[in-house]
Design a binder for this molecule. Structure first.
Ligand SMILES: Cc1cc2nc3c(=O)[nH]c(=O)nc-3n(C[C@H](O)[C@H](O)[C@H](O)COP(=O)(O)OP(=O)(O)OC[C@H]3O[C@@H](n4cnc5c(N)ncnc54)[C@H](O)[C@@H]3O)c2cc1C
Length: 437
């Protein structure tokens, strides 16, 4: 009764490990030469960079956090978050609402007065209930915080108009501090927001890939790499999965690959399902990795809402998470640029991307270009699920179809949900509980 797990990212590998422990006969089919998906890391000239964007280990889910930390036991560095928003040349404490005292006086006044006015108006029932993500931002934070930070930053990361995004996902995802904290922060009393992330872990050696490698270790013999699934058919109660060269037979399949790839590989998919699947929105990612000689400021990462500073939405400093990811005397900087398929970024050469990022870092005063001793560029076609207004309708059609076919969907782009590593592992744990060995 072989089970084929489609995709060898964090979700597929955690599934494989837990099902193997239950005695399931399985194979993991992975398209790339290396398993790990978004959680891969690459080491070159002494610099280790995560290739799916800068990752850290944190969670509110104590069971999942315990699992991840146990996996990297003996190879863990714990860090205290020191994250800022780069705003008008200043370093504003993150989350923005907890850093209002770092703003210029007029902006501080604008943010706090609009916050209070909105609170009163909401209390009096004068503001209609939000219908879109944009409405929710204004309703929750007021016009000041919305226009100084929330709208520009969110449009930069999602590459999607916030008034065309749904709001069903924001609770628990976007920090929403108590009123007292916002007022305290505006008058300069220090407060912490998003506290379950204020201490985070990172592998000392190997980048975030050390986590997936540790998870995968017991099931490595069952991982088949370089197997890009192109067709999936059912014959006589068995699944036939092919990469166009070889066919694997399995009694059961579990998909962790993007739903777009799954639906494209299936036969006779009704037009309504194909259309719903094609309408699901996501964005892609370019990571520009810079190694410099010398040090960087003591920040974990920086958010960059300002569109005039270029395309980067976030800059991380991985050598602050682990000293082992850069050669002695050097530091590592990772810039993330999201884009929608078809955006000009998709056509930029690596050289131009590196020039864009080093130019921005120099403008921000973080480096001088002569310090750069290493650069590389990584692309990820699937980076973030974008929750547009039609999302819930479309995903329901796709999920219903897969459920009827008997294909469970587990993982970030398979469930097509904004799941961090902890969310993926939680999905796997819950799934395995009810899955017969
Ligand atoms: C910029 C960025 C930063 C992030 N930072 C954090 C963080 O700090 N902390 C955190 O907890 N999470 C973070 N995440 C989220 C984390 O990366 C994901 O939750 C997790 O890696 C998803 O794992 P997955 O296995 O579900 O998906 P993936 O990693 O996407 O794995 C899917 C796998 O399927 C394979 N595949 C695809 N198509 C096929 C095919 N046709 N045939 C065979 N195989 C196929 C892929 O090659 C891939 O290996 C971040 C994500 C991004 C984009």
């Amino acid at each position: 009764m072989k089970t084929a797990i489609l995709g060898g990212g964090l979700s597929g590998l955690t599934l494989a490990r837990l099902l193997h422990e239950k005695g399931t006969d399985l194979v993991v089919l992975e398209a790339e030469p290396e398993y790990g998906g978004l959680c891969r890391s690459r080491t070159d000239k002494g610099f280790t960079f995560d290739i799916g964007g800068s990752h850290i280990i944190f969670s509110r889910d104590t069971e999942v956090l315990g699992f991840m930390r146990q996996m990297i036991q003996g190879n863990e560095q714990q860090n205290t978050r020191n994250t800022k928003i780069f705003y008008k040349g200043r370093y504003v404490k993150y989350p923005f609402e907890n850093g209002l005292s770092d703003l210029p006086a007029e902006d501080r006044f604008f943010c706090i007065s609009e916050f209070v006015k909105t609170l009163v108006a909401v209390e009096k029932g004068e503001v209609p209930a939000p219908q879109t993500f944009r409405d929710w931002i204004y309703y929750t934070f007021g016009k000041g915080i919305a226009e100084c930070y929330m709208v520009p930053y969110n449009e930069k990361i999602w590459k999607y108009p916030v008034d065309r995004m749904s709001l069903h996902w924001v609770d628990g995802r976007i920090p929403r501090p108590p009123v007292e904290d916002v007022i305290k922060s505006a008058i300069g009393i220090s407060t912490e927001g998003y506290t379950h992330q204020s201490v985070f872990s990172y592998p000392l050696d190997g980048g975030i890939e050390a986590l997936v490698k540790a998870i995968a270790r017991p099931v490595e013999p069952y991982i088949k790499t370089n197997f890009r699934i192109r067709s999936i058919t059912k014959q006589g109660g068995r699944w036939l999965i092919s990469d166009g060269v070889e066919t694997i037979e399995a009694a059961r399949i579990i998909s962790t690959i993007p739903v777009q790839h799954l639906i494209a590989a299936l036969d006779d998919v009704p037009e309504k399902v194909r259309k719903a699947c094609n309408a699901l929105t996501y964005n892609s990612l370019v990571c520009v990795n810079i190694g410099i000689h010398g040090s960087v400021p003591d920040y974990s990462w920086l958010y960059i809402p300002d569109p005039t500073l270029g395309k980067t939405n976030r800059v991380s400093f991985p050598s602050q998470y682990s000293r082992h990811v850069a050669p002695s005397g050097c530091s590592a900087i990772l810039a993330e640029i999201t884009f929608q398929p078809g955006d000009p970024v998709a056509r930029m050469s690596d050289e131009d991307l590196v020039a864009e990022v080093t130019g921005m870092l120099a403008e921000m005063g973080l480096i001088v270009p002569e310090q750069v001793v290493f650069s590389s560029v990584e692309h990820q076609p699937f980076a973030y699920v974008v929750y547009d207004k039609q999302y819930q309708e479309n995903i329901a059609i796709v999920r219903d179809y897969c459920r009827k076919l008997g294909i469970p969907l587990v993982g970030r782009f398979s469930q097509f949900e904004y799941l961090n590593m902890d969310g993926c592992i939680r999905s796997v744990l819950d799934f395995v509980k009810t899955y017969p060995a």
